[in-house]
Design a protein around this ligand. Structure first.
Ligand code: FPP
Length: 275
């Protein structure tokens, strides 16, 4: 039974990622990509093996490590991982407690590896509802990795894009400049994102569902979407590379016509826009 289910997912893997021309091209040169991933499928991965959902989350940490290690070679400079949505608090208490402990232990065990690899880590989302020891661990790892320049890793925990947008809207309504720049600053402050909002280039969701689940709604306005049936614990660095190759074959028009480049993000080159 398990064997046939797994082979189904392997067939899906082939179906999801059609061969892309030019895969021999060295991936990532001169790229500066922001890739965001909705890591879905841990529970199903565990169920297929007759194990508890928590085993799926543990297996998911291996895939996190692999994605982080592979990202810089693929031209990814920012990687944002959706680890825990604000709606995930509604899961059984046992699972939530397990996940919080897993985040804590993972940050502890990975910190030296992140520093060695030049990875700067930030956790985005609300901090005030996290267990206090986890909050302290996050602050410590953020501080120890702040000089990292090869990859900006952002892990979203207790994150809700709608809540961040509501918070920014309330601040805008309270007075001050009614500009897009101010709004984006409020959004990034709501989620403690030190580098600003940061447009997403490629948004990947594993696990077969095709929805955004309240993740980076503002930042993904022009993101290319990539959905795969591969369950998160099975998602490898090579799978990430395939997604990047598919992305490179896409024609990004930003509402304009083919061959036109992305409008400048430099505020000094744009008219001030009311939100
Ligand atoms: C969604 O799969 C996954 C989560 C809610 C948790 C994500 C956590 C990890 C990948 C663990 C490690 C993360 C870090 C950052 C150390 P699901 O449980 O909803 O799966 P299902 O849809 O198959 O039930």
């Amino acid at each position: 039974m398990i064997r046939s289910t797994l082979s189904y997912y392997n067939r899906q893997r082939a179906h999801d990622e059609p061969p892309v021309g030019g895969t021999s091209e060295p991936a990532g040169e001169s790229c500066d990509l922001h890739v965001a991933i909705i890591m879905d499928g841990n529970g199903r991965w565990a169920r297929q093996r007759g194990r508890l959902r928590t085993a799926g989350h543990v297996a998911g940490t291996r895939a996190v490590r692999e994605a982080v290690q592979s990202a810089p070679q693929l031209g990814i400079t920012t990687l944002t991982l959706y680890a825990f949505s604000s709606d995930n608090w509604s899961r059984p208490r046992r699972e939530v407690t397990h996940l919080m402990g897993l985040f804590h232990r993972h940050l502890e065990s990975e910190c030296a590896r992140l520093v060695d690899g030049g990875v700067r880590l930030n956790v985005i989302g609300r901090r005030d509802r996290l267990p206090a020891p986890l909050g302290r661990r996050i602050a410590e790892v953020e501080e120890r990795t702040r000089a990292g320049r090869s990859l900006h890793l952002r892990v979203a925990i207790d994150y809700s894009a709608r809540d961040a947008l509501m918070s920014a809207a309330r601040r805008l309504a309270a007075g001050g400049p009614q500009t897009r720049q101010a709004f984006e600053r409020y959004v990034s402050e709501a989620i403690h994102a030190p580098g600003g909002t940061g447009d997403v280039d490629l948004l990947i969701r594993t696990g077969g569902e095709q929805r955004l689940s309240d993740f980076l709604l503002w930042e993904s306005a022009y993101a290319e979407l990539f959905f795969t049936h591969i369950l998160w614990p099975d998602f490898t660095g090579a799978d990430l590379g395939r997604a990047v190759q598919v992305f490179k074959g896409r024609d990004r028009r930003y509402g304009g016509l083919s061959q036109q480049s992305k409008p400048s993000q430099d505020p000094s080159l744009q008219p001030e826009r009311a939100v």
